[in-house]
Design a protein around this ligand. Structure first.
Ligand SMILES: Cc1cc2nc3c(=O)[nH]c(=O)nc-3n(C[C@H](O)[C@H](O)[C@H](O)COP(=O)(O)O)c2cc1C
Length: 195
């Protein structure tokens, strides 16, 4: 049994492909770890705000303004409570949706989720398994689109910086490409491997 944090960031509600793929990942995790608890966080409907000056100040204040820091504290606590994190990541204008970026900004806390050692930064969010459910209109894992494949490398690099180095990406891609889109979801779901 595992604690799963399931993060969604689609603008398309139930029609979302990243959510469909994320749901399939959750199902397969449940098969491997029956009785797992899923804590769902829809960043778009929760309307996670951009990082504001008062929040940034509170992050570095010795005695922080509790009201300003409370959302960040809640999101960090929720993250630390998870054994497995599933992130629905639709491709929006070549990158992640800004709500997902806002979540990343709120969970990135010096001295809490990362620190500095003699040899540079040290991620403190360790021991987690992360699965990314990507969805995109085009194809970015190979071919001409690969030059613009920013989402998977960014999430790998940044979540790795915070200590989440065990990360696997599954892609539903080419969802708007005739001849590819017809098989895209089936291919994505079949690619899911829970290790
Ligand atoms: C505002 C917007 C921007 C998009 N930008 C891109 C893009 O840059 N590249 C791409 O391949 N698809 C793009 N798409 C298509 C989405 O990646 C595709 O619809 C995907 O299924 C969205 O994920 P979702 O179904 O989980 O919402 C965009 C879609 C929207 C609504």
């Amino acid at each position: 049994m595992k604690n799963i944090l399931y993060i969604k960031s689609s603008l398309q509600g139930e029609a979302s492909y990243s959510t469909k793929l994320g749901n399939a990942i959750i199902e397969k995790i449940q098969l491997k770890y029956p009785g797992s608890i899923v804590d769902e966080l829809d960043l778009v409907s929760a309307d996670i705000p951009h990082l504001k000056p008062e929040v940034l100040r509170a992050m570095f204040a010795p005695e922080p303004d509790q009201a300003a820091i409370s959302l960040s504290d809640t999101l960090v606590k929720q993250l630390f409570a998870a054994d497995i994190i599933v992130i629905g990541a639709p491709l929006i204008n070549f990158t992640i949706h800004s709500a997902l970026k806002a979540w990343i900004d709120h969970i990135t806390r010096a001295g809490v989720t990362f620190g500095y050692g003699e040899n540079g930064p040290i991620g403190k969010v360790t021991g987690k398994k992360v699965y990314i459910a990507m969805s995109s209109g085009g194809v970015y894992s190979e071919g001409p689109g690969k030059t613009n494949d920013f989402v998977a490398p960014y999430l790998k690099a940044f979540l790795g910086f915070l200590g989440m180095t065990d990360l696997t990406v599954f892609r539903a891609e080419g969802l708007k490409v005739p001849g590819v889109k017809e098989q895209a979801m089936e291919k994505a779901v079949n690619s899911i491997l829970i290790d």
